[in-house]
Design a binder for this molecule. Structure first.
Ligand SMILES: Nc1ncnc2c1ncn2[C@@H]1O[C@H](COP(=O)(O)OP(=O)(O)OP(=O)(O)O)[C@@H](O)[C@H]1O
Ligand SMILES: [Mg+2]
Length: 339
C-alpha cells in the first residue's frame, strides 16, 4: 500500500457523540471535518491548541485508534486505522505511535517501581529478549530524556520529582522507537518552571531521533517555542492553522486573536501568564449546537452570514482560516456595503 510520503494522513474526520439521554438527546460534533497530514521524511512538532472542550483529546483518541471516527478516516503510513483488526497488528501500530499523558502520577502505579514499567514495555513489545538486553534499551531511552537507569532503578513514582516522572513517561514512550508521539497536555501537571525543560525534549527527539510530535495544549507559550505548525481548535473545528510564528504573531481569526489577547505579555519571563485556561461552562454545549460559526456569539466582528452556515476555509497569507471576514462578504462588510 502506498503511503504517498505521508506518516499520518487525517482525512475529513468527524466524531459525533450522543448526549443528553436516550430519548430526545442531541448530537455533539466533538471533531468536525478535520484534515491534516504529517510527512514521512520531515519530522515536525504540530501543536493543537484551544480552550477546554474544543475537541483536542477526542481528536488524539482517533489518532491512537482509541475511537473510530463517525465519518472520515485516519491513515498511518498509508494504512487506514479502521483496517487494524487483531492484537498483533495493533501492537505493531502502537510501537510506532506512542502516547504521553497529562498526569504521570496516574500513568504509574504508586506501588510499583517505575523501572518495572520500562522493562515490561521493552519485553512486551519484543524490543528486548532478555533482561540484560532490556536494561540496555531502557537505559538508552532514559538517556534520551536526560536520565539513566541508575538514577531511576528501584525507585517508586513518589520518589521522583514531577519533572523527572514526566521525563520517565516520555522515555517509556520512546522504548519502541516510535515515529509519532501524541502528547496530550503533557506539562499541565508539571510545575511551570519545569515545563520548558520537558517540552524542549520534544524538539530534541524531532531533531535527533526523527520523531514527529503532536503536542496538545492550552499553553500558547510552550507551543510558540517548540512547534513548527499549529492548529487552533474551537468547538470541533480547526479555525486557524499554519506555521506557528505566523499564527501566533499575526493571528487572523478573531478567536486566535482573543486567545492571544488573553496573554498579557508574551515576553519570555512573563510567559507563564500565557497558560490561560478559559473555562466556559454551559457556553460550551451552546456553542457546539450553534448553526454557522461557533464563535459568532463571542466575535467582535460578527456579521449576519456568520450565523447562517459554516464559514469556508480561506487562505490568508501562510494561514488557513475558517472565517467569513476574509471572504467576499467580509470584504464588502468592511467597505460598508451591505452583505
Ligand atoms: N465520550 C464522550 N461522550 C460525550 N461527549 C464527549 C465524550 N468525550 C468528549 N465529549 C465532549 O466533546 C467535547 C470535546 O471534548 P474533548 O475532551 O475532546 O475536549 P478537549 O479540547 O480535550 O478539552 P480539555 O482541554 O478540557 O481537555 C466536550 O464538550 C466533551 O464534553
Ligand atoms: Mg483534553
Amino acid at each position: 500500500m502506498s503511503d504517498n510520503g505521508k506518516l499520518l494522513d487525517v482525512q475529513h474526520v468527524t466524531v459525533e457523540f450522543h448526549i443528553g439521554g436516550l430519548l430526545g438527546g442531541t448530537l455533539l460534533t466533538a471533531v468536525n471535518d478535520i484534515s491534516f497530514s504529517l510527512d514521512n521524511d520531515k519530522p515536525e512538532i504540530l501543536t493543537l491548541a484551544g480552550e477546554s472542550g474544543s475537541g483536542k483529546t477526542t481528536l488524539s483518541r482517533l489518532l491512537l485508534r482509541d475511537l473510530e471516527p463517525t465519518r472520515g478516516k485516519v491513515l498511518f503510513e498509508g494504512r487506514d486505522l479502521s483496517t487494524i483488526r487483531n492484537r498483533s497488528e495493533f501492537k505493531e501500530f502502537m510501537k510506532k505511535v506512542q502516547p504521553v499523558f497529562q498526569n504521570p502520577f496516574e500513568t504509574f502505579n504508586p506501588l510499583r517501581r517505575v523501572d518495572a514499567y520500562l522493562f515490561d514495555t521493552a519485553m512486551n513489545f519484543g524490543i528486548a529478549k532478555t533482561r540484560r538486553d532490556a536494561a540496555e534499551v531502557v537505559d538508552a531511552a532514559l538517556r534520551n530524556v536526560g536520565l539513566s537507569l541508575d538514577e531511576v532503578r528501584q525507585r517508586y513514582p513518589h520518589e521522583l520529582s514531577g519533572g523527572q516522572i514526566q521525563r520517565v513517561s516520555v522515555a517509556r514512550a520512546l522504548i519502541s522507537k516510535p515515529k509519532l508521539i501524541l502528547a496530550d497536555e503533557p506539562v499541565s501537571m508539571v510545575d511551570a518552571s519545569l515545563r520548558m525543560e520537558i517540552v524542549n525534549l520534544f524538539q530534541k527527539l524531532r531533531d535527533e531521533q526523527k520523531v514527529s510530535v503532536i503536542y496538545i495544549t492550552h499553553d500558547l507559550a510552550t507551543a510558540y517555542y517548540i512547534s513548527d505548525r499549529i492548529g487552533i481548535m474551537l468547538r470541533g473545528y480547526v479555525v486557524e492553522s499554519g506555521p506557528v510564528e505566523d499564527v501566533l504573531e499575526r493571528p487572523v481569526h478573531p478567536y486566535t486573536q482573543l486567545l492571544k489577547e488573553s496573554v498579557p505579555d508574551p515576553a519570555p519571563k512573563e510567559r507563564e501568564t500565557w497558560a490561560k485556561h478559559i473555562a466556559l461552562g454551559t457556553t460550551e454545549v451552546k456553542e457546539y449546537g450553534r448553526i454557522g460559526c461557533k464563535f459568532a456569539g463571542r466575535c467582535p466582528h460578527v456579521m449576519d452570514v456568520c450565523r447562517k452556515a459554516d464559514p469556508p476555509d480561506v487562505q490568508v497569507g501562510n494561514q488557513t482560516v475558517k472565517c467569513y471576514l476574509y471572504t467576499e462578504q467580509g470584504t464588502k462588510a468592511a467597505a460598508g456595503t451591505p452583505n
